[in-house]
Design a binder for this molecule. Structure first.
Ligand code: PMT
Length: 224
């Protein structure tokens, strides 16, 4: 038995990494597999929500019934969120968008030159911060962020809640075994916008997703 407490609610969920091309054969990216975001999409769908899943490149199959929007770069993810944001009740930013991109994309493959001084300087410029932009634009919507950290987890995550105007943030220490990128499990601390912490033990990403959705369901109930 799965409760249908999110019936008819419109969820916009981002998942996976983004990739930023350097030339036609090379790019920069990060270790996100999309598992956390896809678990959220599947569980929200099972609980009755209408789900649009904006996904960077992953090897995962989208859950049947989601509206899947594939993107590659952070700029594309930013634009896709913009297309659906006004219509959504809840935005969950579980993706790991690249914060930087090469200033110039070479139209042809960069060729190696002979000689030992053949080094390349790659100049990176900032990408838009999608969560910050839409978090600060939200009206009656609920916006949930993640924080992928390697040190001072709680402190960094608390700063991100304020800056990005999240209702709550899900912080994971991506250096911990069984947490963060690629694994089927995660270890998270949920921090609400009043600073209250809820540290969860290691559990599978489906379990983490359902606890996040329980919290969203409570916020929806309290708003109506
Ligand atoms: O995909 P998996 O392999 O399952 O791994 C899961 C995960 C580690 C990717 C996930 O649990 C997670 O932590 N996602 C957030 C990764 C991240 O980008 O964290 P951040 O601390 O750099 O960013 C904070 C928040 O701002 C996040 O909600 C992020 O989606 C958002 N952001 C970041 C940069 C950017 N340019 N735009 C954004 O919207």
């Amino acid at each position: 038995f799965v409760k249908k407490d999110l019936l008819g609610k419109k969820f916009l969920i981002t998942a996976g990494p983004t990739i930023e091309p350097i030339d036609p054969v090379r790019y920069i990216t990060n270790h996100s597999s999309g598992k956390m975001g896809y678990s959220l999409a599947k569980c929200a769908l099972d609980r009755g929500a209408e789900v649009t899943l904006i996904s960077g490149p992953t090897s995962l199959k989208a859950p049947k019934g989601v509206n899947l929007v594939n993107v590659k770069t952070t700029e594309e993810m930013f634009a896709a969120v913009g297309q659906y944001f006004d219509l959504c009740d809840v935005l969950i930013k579980s993706a790991a968008p690249s914060d930087y991109k090469p200033e110039h994309i070479n139209t042809e493959k960069i060729k190696k030159k002979d000689g030992k001084d053949d080094n390349i300087d790659l100049h990176l410029v900032r990408n838009p911060d999608i969560a910050q932009y839409y978090g600060n634009k939200k009206t009656n919507q609920i916006v949930i962020g993640f924080a992928a950290e390697t040190n001072n987890i709680i402190e960094h995550a608390k700063r991100k809640i304020k800056k990005k105007n999240f209702d709550f943030i899900v912080a994971n220490d991506v250096t911990k075994e069984g947490a963060g990128f690629r694994s089927d499990t995660n270890i998270v601390t949920i921090i609400d916008n009043k600073g209250k912490l809820n540290s969860l033990p290691l559990m599978d990403k489906k379990g983490v997703a359902n606890i996040i959705l329980d919290k969203i369901s409570d916020i929806i109930k309290n708003k109506s």
